[in-house]
Design a protein around this ligand. Structure first.
Ligand SMILES: *Cc1c(COP(=O)(O)O)cnc(C)c1O
Length: 412
């Protein structure tokens, strides 16, 4: 493993490559627009106005810095390593996604755009973008598969309350892929006035790079807070990994510290290696290109994105950001970090009952894996990025896992 140092200044390169991964595989007319966004981002992100405005928003609107909480009762209960939580669930709107959405829409404003658009699968990215658009007073169109709209009604309503227009994709299977296609088509009709906002560290260059830059605030804060709290760095840093934005956010703070082990926790779903039963792209995927970038991904026999499954809708993506593919192949992130649906549901209740914190099902994957690490390394300190709160998941969890709700409460 020979990563350049300081890592964040050297990776990716100017074409958006993280080693062999990343880049941009899109039609020429879209490439022209991505080149413009990259050039503008490089210029605006260095301007004092932009930096000052973003800093003020982080503090006065989002509620940053978010604290680190020591999960004392949980750690004592496990009787092993000590678990600490970076509380991204305390961000305005309850998740880390606002970190990049506020910065993306601020960028749109500085670029003189009138509208932001995006696709959304389960609706979480759409809600965060609709929030940011309301704050800045920009129009917001969210493209969503008609089937997904039916499944995720509360998020559709949230977006509409926030003043966004939710546009159904009624083509093909009427899910995420059709929504992506439709949103890109709309974007190309009026790129002068619109900024396309991607919801994770995925997509063509410059998005994996920009979204990491927008999320790295989590790692910067966490490193300083942890040192302040304990006088040393954590032994392990753990985050769930869908596209990988919250994981890149917290990893960014520790990537140059070789003693800190980084774990990107993948959704193991039903716990089999069967394609369609999980969404563990790093563990089970192969190199390929989809959605405009090169990474590790899950393909079916025809090379198309494979069907995936996870109880956390924010994690069911058949690939992973190119930077995660790079860090995994370089050995900077640890192998085999994952949690099944069942382990995740159990961790959801364990954290709720021992700490009074109800995590998002996505974040509960990271908690489940931290519990495994704590048992394995009794002397270790383990920092978890608690990417979001679980209010959105309550109905699903109690209907799917009634036995966990009815289980006796331990430890009091
Ligand atoms: C969307 C979401 C995720 C997954 O996205 P990443 O880009 O992998 O971080 C994780 N946690 C929460 C709470 C989310 O809403």
């Amino acid at each position: 493993m020979t990563l350049p140092k300081p890592y964040l200044l050297h990776v990716p390169d100017d074409k958006g490559y993280f080693g062999a991964y990343g880049g941009s595989f899109i039609p020429p007319n879209l490439q022209t627009e991505m080149d413009k966004i990259y050039a503008e981002y490089k210029r605006i992100s260095k301007s004092a106005d932009y930096v000052a405005e973003l800093r003020s928003i982080r503090k006065n609107y989002q509620g940053r810095p978010t604290p680190i909480s020591y999960a004392k009762r949980l750690s004592n209960h496990i009787g092993g390593g000590r678990i600490y939580l970076k509380r991204e669930d305390l961000n305005h709107m309850g998740a880390h996604k606002l970190n990049h959405c506020m910065a993306e829409v601020l960028l749109a404003k500085h670029m003189g755009k009138k509208k932001v658009i995006a696709e959304t699968g389960a609706g979480q990215h759409g809600v965060a973008l609709a929030t940011a658009a309301a704050y800045f007073g920009l129009e917001c169109d969210i493209y969503m598969g008609a089937v997904d709209m039916e499944k995720e009604k509360p998020n559709v309503v949230r977006m509409e309350i926030l003043g966004a227009k939710v546009i159904p994709a009624t083509e093909g299977l009427q899910t995420l892929k059709e929504a992506v296609d439709k949103a890109f088509m709309a974007y190309l009709e009026d790129p002068e006035n619109i900024l396309y906002c991607i919801g994770s560290v995925v997509g063509p260059h410059p998005f994996p790079y920009m979204v990491r830059e927008f999320q790295k605030i989590v790692g910067i804060e966490a490193r300083e807070q942890f040192l302040d709290l304990l006088g040393e760095l954590p032994d392990h840093v753990v985050a769930c990994c869908g596209g990988g934005s919250n994981a890149m956010g917290i990893f960014s703070g520790f990537i140059d510290d070789p003693t800190v082990k980084l774990h990107a926790v993948e959704p193991l779903g039903k716990g089999t290696n069967e394609l369609g039963d999980h969404a563990a792209s790093i563990s089970h995927g192969t190199d390929g290109v989809m959605h405009g970038f090169k990474s590790i991904m899950l393909h079916n026999k025809d090379g198309e994105p494979a069907p995936v499954h996870s109880i956390a809708s924010g994690l069911d993506y058949p690939s992973v950001g190119p930077e995660h593919a790079y860090l995994a192949t370089e050995g900077r992130t640890e192998k085999g970090a994952g949690a099944t649906d069942q382990e995740t549901a159990e961790a959801f209740f364990t954290l709720s009952r021992f700490e009074g914190i109800i995590p998002a099902l996505e974040s509960a994957h990271a908690v489940a894996y931290a519990i495994k690490l704590a048992k394995q390394y009794p002397d270790a300190s383990i920092l978890v990025n608690l990417s979001g709160r679980g209010d959105k998941d309550l109905d699903y969890v109690v209907s799917k896992y009634p036995e966990l709700l009815q289980a006796p409460v331990e430890g009091r």
